[in-house]
Write a protein that binds this ligand. Structure first.
Ligand code: AMP
Ligand code: GLY
Length: 423
């Protein structure tokens, strides 16, 4: 088969790495890819938002399966366009991707179908949002309704901070059209987990549990990022919690989407807050998580290609996932300054040395090849992923890799996986 992966992050490197191991694959492409992906797939200079360009390429090359990583092309309707052209594609179609594309839609869906989530209000008018904030008090959470590259959520410790967020989103247009509405919601305490499942609209095939680390600094301090590291399995997801997620979240969500005329056949990501044995949904994503996909795919034993094909065809019958009996920890090495301003173009050293370490995979995110050298080209640069018999051993392995890789202004957290050790 000829397969095309769309995207250029650590998630897409992990997808390409896993897909490349399948005996079903004859030729692998990635658009646009990065300096790690280009070792495993032919990279194409087509941006993820260039749906016309991607479709034209897939038709010309008779691509048998296209796999979409990021949310933007999903909300632009790439899946609908490919299917209309008779091409197999893995991803949520435009209507299904709305579960991520609009937080107010997702909250209303949860309310309607009884999925546990934080109490909330949705506002287009700043004065009304501010009045709500004053009634509820802080801490409180303000979210831009639409896609904001992981930056549209403010966990406000004070009313003033929440009001400033509303003003920036609704009055100053910090996120453009994505900020035409805000969701203001109850602050939830607890421990987060990420739960991903393949579904064909009726059947559900869950992946192993995982946990992301959103905040930029150790001990969950500082602003939120796209994710500074993740590990799997996450012991916070006990067998009882797993069951609750299936019964209280995945089943009603998937049935609700079908009932709303938005049947869902792809991977569904539920971001959860867990406290005292109860779960609440923080958000849905209509795609694989990043960085979660890096430790998850490092642990997946089954061939991924038949699973992706089954989702693309809308029939997961007979599909089961097998996992390696190892834990995986992925430490994101980022550019100093991220999630704010940061410099690009710094040369990365130590990649060859890291490649010689057993049970370690270095997934590339924001990297680029310039005159044979690998340089930084984004905020999250690498996902250094270690495997081990336990989370502690996987952590040791990942940080062994981190220690041999460097560039001048590198930043990473030192405590990825730490919460698992506390249990
Ligand atoms: P979201 O994109 O909605 O998942 O929000 C990004 C991050 O903000 C989450 O992973 C949480 O760390 C935090 N967050 C979102 N909603 C809440 C909430 N209601 N209470 C506490 N933290 C939240
Ligand atoms: N790691 C969080 C996300 O993929 O949105």
């Amino acid at each position: 088969m000829k397969i095309l992966v769309v995207g250029n992050g650590g998630r897409e490197h992990a997808l390409v790495w896993k897909i490349a191991q399948s005996p079903l694959v004859a030729k692998l492409y990635c658009a646009p890819g990065n300096a790690g992906i280009d070792r495993l797939a032919e990279c194409l200079p087509i941006g993820v938002e260039n749906v016309d360009g991607l479709l034209e390429f897939a038709l010309r090359e008779n691509i048998d399966l296209t796999v979409v990583g990021p949310e933007l092309p999903l909300t632009l309707g790439i899946v609908d366009r490919f299917r209309d052209a008779g091409l197999a594609i893995f991803g949520a179609d435009r209507k299904a991707a709305w579960i991520e594309g609009s937080k107010s839609f997702a909250k209303d869906l949860m309310a309607k179908y009884g999925v546990p989530t934080a109490a909330y209000g949705t506002f287009e008018d700043a004065a009304e949002a501010i009045a709500f904030i004053r009634r509820q008090g802080a801490p409180i959470v303000v979210k831009a309704d639409g896609l904001a590259a992981g930056k549209g959520v403010v966990v406000a410790r004070t009313e003033a901070e929440a009001i400033a967020a509303v003003e920036s989103i609704l009055c100053e247009g910090a996120f453009g059209a994505a900020g035409a509405k805000v969701v203001v919601e109850e602050f939830l305490e607890g421990e987060e987990a990420s739960f991903l499942a393949f579904t064909d609209g009726t059947r559900i095939v869950p992946l192993a549990s995982s946990q992301d680390h959103k905040a930029v600094f150790d001990g969950d301090q500082g602003p939120n990022t796209g994710g500074m590291g993740a590990y799997s399995p996450a012991p916070v997801v006990t067998p009882e919690i797993h069951e609750q997620i299936l019964e209280q979240v995945l089943k009603p969500t998937i049935a609700g989407m079908a009932a709303e005329g938005r049947p869902y056949s792809s991977i569904l990501y539920a971001g959860l807050m867990i406290k005292d044995g109860r779960i609440k949904v923080l958000e849905y994503n209509a795609r694989f998580g990043d960085p979660e996909t890096q430790p998850l795919l490092a642990r997946l034993k089954s061939d991924l290609v038949p699973v992706l094909l089954a989702c693309a065809k809308g029939d997961l019958s007979g599909i089961e996932l097998e996992w390696h009996d190892k834990a995986a920890v992925c430490v994101v090495m980022a550019a100093g300054g991220y999630p704010g301003d940061y410099v690009k173009g710094q040369e990365i050293s130590g990649l060859e040395e890291a490649a010689r370490i057993e049970d370690l995979v270095v997934f590339h995110a924001g990297t680029k090849r310039v005159d044979g050298r690998v340089v930084t080209a984004g905020g999250r640069v690498l996902g250094v992923t270690g495997l081990g018999a336990t989370v502690a051993e996987a952590m040791d392995r990942a940080y062994q890799g981190v220690r041999v890789i460097r560039w001048p202004e590198v930043h990473f957290r030192n405590d990825i996986g730490g919460k698992a050790l506390k249990r």
